[in-house]
Design a protein around this ligand. Sequence first.
Ligand code: CO
Length: 227
Amino acid sequence: MSQLEKLLQKNADWAERVVREDPQFFGRLADQQAPEYLWIGCSDSRVPANQIIDMAPGEVFVHRNVANVVVHTDLNCLSAIQFAVDVLKVRHILVVGHYGCSGVKATLEEQRVGLADNWLRHVGDVATRHFTRLAQVADHRQKHDLLCTLNVLEQTANVCESTVVQDAWARRQPLTIHGWIYSLKNGLVTDLSIDVSARGELEQAYRLALQRVDESLLAQQDGDSQG
Ligand code: CO
């Protein structure tokens, strides 16, 4: 059996298993989708949206790209956000980064990877913006983790500032934007507690989230110097 035939076989087995457990499953899904969540995450094969939050097909609308970047001129990402917010009326947008992100690492190490350098330059902009904060961390792995976290905060802010989200809030549509980070090491998500539900909430939520990042850096450094 060729590699692709194996995939098709796995697909057939999966579909059969789902129907066995819930005969109406595909019938219901084909009629409509009504997810409450939009997941914006990294394309990394180790960070599959549905599996991580244990959600069935139909429960989460997903947009993924290298290093979970939200750019105001990226029609692909903006269209996913617009469709999710205006048509599906999702209640929550989850911006989910992950520690150990290769895209973030390439940025941090100024590694050239090719065309994607231009995309990753947006993460570079995050690093430039937080240059002083990053410079305080000597340990390379910690610095990498820190840039992954900062990238989530910045991309979460970008979602909040998009016209789609601003317009939804202006018409009082219930919609909250969140920033999360996932650990490849234990499969756990950490909520960065940047939750924004209305125009005007972003500034404080962003500032408090950054403050928590700084506090945990200090605690880490204290721990390092004592240990
Ligand atoms: Co990644």
